[in-house]
Design a protein around this ligand. Structure first.
Ligand code: PEP
Ligand code: MG
Length: 901
């Protein structure tokens, strides 16, 4: 509840605040105060606090005491300026500007020239040395801004009237309008105002001021602002501050002007000032693009004194804030005024480069540099980029499922992708959705485009694992595989036509958009030496990554199922494999053996099929152990339902019917069809999969355990070091794990003998029941790895293959969550399950090794959570390894604080 007392202080002079009071004074007010106290030329003014706004919003009226405090500060301002608000001879004018803790869309921005009316406009002209034009221009701006932002008069009506006035004068430039034209425009504007508000434009300056302040308060609850806060998880009760600042004028003639500037290039981070200047104009003209600005360097020619002073101030601000600052300024008849500064936004590349430079300049230390960059920025820098320097039209938009930029000829089948890639062509594999059969095509393609599925669909997860660009769920696209074409917005794209897909924005373009490769990836891959390159970005990334590695407590492993992926991940800094999914090893030319296994009618047939699979599996593991020599490799026993390895029911039924029609021998197909029918499940995700398979199909897990142990022994005998960890999926009860473990231990003991190989046996924690009985499960497990994909699926009851595309857009819009829980860990729910399991698991087995291998292992925010919970490692796809390393370092410094520097 908001309480108001007579003693509450609602108004602060700029001289009373400082940059650390953003909660009270908002960002703008706090920084204006800071500049004032630095002795920089800031026009005098005061800030009405967020507390006043909170009180207003709670009660619907200005809190007691506010009006009096505004009056007192206004009087002080009048004294400082030697002018009075509303004085017809020599009026003080003020601007009213909102300024919340965070800037957000929908908030009211600025009203300039408050205090002007029919009488004081004449005084203003006199004060401006007889410039009638200036005075009437200022007045028409007030009515326009006040009308639009305070009284909700449609802005287009004012713009239309201004255009009309220019047309009548035969010009495109508002500077050609003279005092008479502008006086006429003021009359027109006033009529527009009356038409929409039912009242005259307020002539009383204090009323103008109060209405503007109230409008700022109320804009806190503008629909767009509410939505934005919900999505960004900004508390709804912060409120906004209001700044009232003495006006200075950039529109007093050619020796006046206004501009914006950055202390370094916010695009590349390069040193040197960047900005735009517009002579004879007020601030909103720059934003509105009414006239063309000139580069800031031009100011040196126009007004060298102000230019030099500005440069000097910018250097001071950078030194003071120890960061890139952006600035708004105005020059009034050769006198420079600072209107705003803040730590400026920048691109991902600039964030790294600037952090590195500031360390070199001795302004910040490496911990601070690490704190100022983040994994999302690093991820952005690791993907090739489109050079969208000329307009390309996006024809569809899906989910940016795996970032990057890819162009290529459209193909609709995996086989065609492989064929064309073998001819050296770039291809984009387009499917409604992908399945494990598309794997070879996905490997061959530059990118994958699907019309169905979300961020954890098969296409998305596999593409991210490969670091391949993927747009999923582009539902504007109608895919017709047999006809080898898709349609989108009435256009048809056939096999061989070129498209380009942007895996960050989810946009799909027709034709080839040129692409630039990532230098940061070249660095991680080892082909760009950070000590030799003159690429400032690569040098900065190297330096900050090295520091993150020094700082982090979490180890970073990778999810990899092939020797090639393992090798790449190791180059990216992976310290082992946290998840090797074995099901991918049952595809391709091994499919036939898997079919034999499934269709086995007798024990002998099944044993034969497994025996044939064993050496193939062993060879898979040998390659992986070799690549990860000396590092732990967690191999997960087979997880998906076996019917996923058989052809789809409909396709099989059609094949059998057609073959029967032709009188062909279909015994084998009929047996397959019967098996598919028998094994059909309504909810396969909750069906016969994971540990359940191992308990139901005799010999299946045993074959895998033997292959792992034999491979480890073989690699060790060859002089390598294999450190296998066998992981059992989908365990919900300790008895399941105990049963599997008992059999596995026998096989391991038999195979390993005196080779010195040690094999750990642990479990995934991915069923909520497992998390809640973790104390019992830990008795049988040497490690836990959290499978957060399934834990999220089963924790929320959200089908991971369907919901993101189906309805998450609405949940995001409603602010039920700000980000998909499949992307970033839901700390309160799924996160709580993890916390409970970690605590109870370690209580039962001190030192129990804990990791995570779901997609969340590579998500920046989730990495911080896993650090907080005390996990030992995160495991993620190879391309996310550097991101996880960086964020693990950031998490460590954020917990220890800056005193460890
Ligand atoms: C998980 O569920 O988080 C996991 C890693 O296993 P999968 O994605 O293979 O189900
Ligand atoms: Mg799982």
């Amino acid at each position: 509840m908001v309480t108001t007392h007579e003693t509450d202080k609602y108004v602060y002079d700029f001289a009373e605040g400082n940059k650390d009071l953003k909660d009270l004074l908002g960002g703008k007010g706090a920084n204006l105060a800071e500049m004032t106290n630095l002795g920089l030329p800031v026009p005098p003014g005061f800030t009405i606090t967020t507390g006043a706004c909170q009180a207003y919003l709670a009660t619907g009226r200005e809190p007691d005491g506010l009006a009096g405090q505004i009056e007192a500060h206004l009087e002080a301002l009048e004294r400082a300026m030697g002018r009075r608000l509303g004085d017809p001879q020599d009026p003080l004018l003020v601007s009213v500007r909102s300024g919340a803790r965070f800037s957000m869309p929908g908030m009211m921005e600025t009203v300039l020239n408050v205090g002007l009316n029919d009488r004081s406009v004449v005084g203003l002209a006199r004060q401006a040395g007889g410039s009638d034009r200036f005075a009437w221009d200022s007045y028409r701006r007030l009515i326009q801004m006040f009308g639009k932002t305070v009284c909700e008069v449609p802005g287009e009506e004012f713009e239309h009237a201004l255009d009309e006035a220019k047309r009548a004068k035969g010009t495109h430039d508002d500077l050609d309008l003279d005092a008479d034209d502008l006086r006429g425009l003021v009359e027109t504007y006033k009529k527009i105002f009356v038409k929409h508000t039912g009242r005259e434009f307020p002539q009383e300056p204090r009323e103008q001021l109060d209405l503007a302040i109230r409008a700022v308060f109320e804009s806190w609850n503008a629909e767009r602002a509410i939505l934005y806060r919900r999505q960004e998880r900004i508390p709804a009760d912060l409120g906004t501050a209001v700044n009232v600042v003495a006006m200075v004028f950039g529109n007093l003639g050619p020796d006046s002007g206004t501009g914006v500037a950055f202390t370094r290039d916010p695009g590349s981070g390069a040193q040197g000032i960047y900005g735009d200047y517009l002579a004879n104009a007020q601030g909103e003209d720059v934003v509105a693009g009414i006239r063309n600005t000139v580069p800031l360097q031009e100011l040196e020619r126009l007004d060298k004194t102000s230019y030099d002073q500005l440069l000097d101030i910018m250097a001071r601000l950078e030194g003071h804030y120890q960061d890139l600052c952006d600035i708004e300024f105005t020059i009034e008849r050769g006198k420079l005024w600072m209107l705003q500064t803040r730590v400026g936004k920048r691109t991902a590349a600039a964030a790294f480069v600037i952090a590195g430079q500031l360390v070199d300049e001795g302004l910040i230390d490496l911990d601070e540099a690490l704190h100022r960059v983040n994994g999302a920025q690093l991820a952005q820098l690791m993907f090739p980029r489109f050079q969208l320097d000329h307009e390309f039209e996006a024809v569809a938009r899906g989910i940016g499922a795996s970032p990057g930029a890819a162009s290529g000829a459209v193909v609709f089948t995996s086989a065609r992708a492989v064929e064309l890639a073998a001819e050296g062509k770039s291809v984009i594999l387009v499917r409604r959705e992908t399945n494990p059969d598309d794997l070879n095509g996905m490997i061959a393609a530059q990118g994958i485009l699907t019309s169905r599925g979300g961020k954890t669909s098969h296409a998305a997860v596999v593409a991210r694992g490969m670091g391949k660009t993927c747009v999923s769920g582009a539902d504007g696209i109608e895919v017709n595989v047999p006809a080898k074409r898709f349609t989108v917005g009435g256009r048809t794209v056939s096999e061989g036509d070129v498209v380009s897909i942007d895996g960050t924005t989810g946009k799909v373009y027709l034709g080839e958009v040129p692409v630039t490769p990532s230098e940061v990836v070249q660095y991680f891959e080892g082909s760009l030496d950070p000590e030799r390159t003159d690429d400032a970005l690569v040098r900065a990334v190297h330096r900050i990554m090295t520091h993150a590695d020094d700082r982090r407590r979490l180890a970073v492993r990778t999810n990899a199922d092939t020797g090639a992926d393992a090798a790449r991940a190791r180059r990216f800094g992976a310290e082992g494999i946290g998840l090797c999914r074995t099901e991918h090893m049952f595809l391709g030319d091994r499919r036939e053996l898997v079919e034999r296994l499934i269709l086995a009618a007798t024990d002998a047939e099944r044993t034969d099929a497994l025996a044939a699979l064993l050496p193939l599996q062993r060879q898979d593991f040998v390659e992986i152990f070799r690549e990860m020599a000396g590092l732990p490799v967690t191999v997960r026993l087979i997880d998906p339902p076996l019917h996923e390895f058989l052809p789809p029911l409909e396709q099989l039924a059609v094949n059998v019917a057609v073959a029967q029609e032709r009188g062909e021998d279909v015994a084998k197909e009929e047996a397959l069809l019967a098996a598919v029918r028998r094994m059909h499940e309504e909810n396969p995700m909750l069906g016969l999969r994971g540990v359940r398979l191992g308990l139901v199909i005799p010999g299946l897990f045993a074959m895998q355990v033997r292959a792992i142990a034999e491979a480890a022994v073989a690699v060790t005998r060859d002089g390598g070091t294999a450190c296998p960890e066998i992981m059992v999926p989908l365990v919900g009860a300790v008895q399941e794990l105990e049963t599997v473990r008992a059999e596995a231990e026998k096989i391991i003991a038999e195979v390993v003998g005196d080779s010195g190989v040690e094999v750990l046996i642990g479990t995934m924690i991915e069923v909520p029941r497992a998390a809640l009985t973790a104390g019992q499960i830990a008795e049988a497990a040497q490690f836990f790895s959290f499978g957060t994909n399934d834990l999220t699926q089963m924790g929320w009851g959200f089908s991971r293959d369907d919901v993101e595309g189906a309805f998450f857009w609405r949940y995001l819009e409603l602010g039920i969550f700000g980000i998909s829980p499949f992307e970033s860990i839901d700390r309160d729910g799924v996160g709580r399950l993890i916390r409970i399991a970690a605590e109870e698991g370690r209580a039962a087995r001190p030192g129990l090794k804990l990791g995570v291998c779901g997609e969340h292992g590579g998500d920046p925010d989730s990495v911080h959570f896993f650090h907080e919970v005390g996990l030992d490692y995160v495991s993620c796809s190879p391309f996310r390894v550097p991101v996880a390393r960086l964020e693990a370092g950031r998490a460590a410094i954020e917990t220890t604080g800056s005193d460890s520097r």
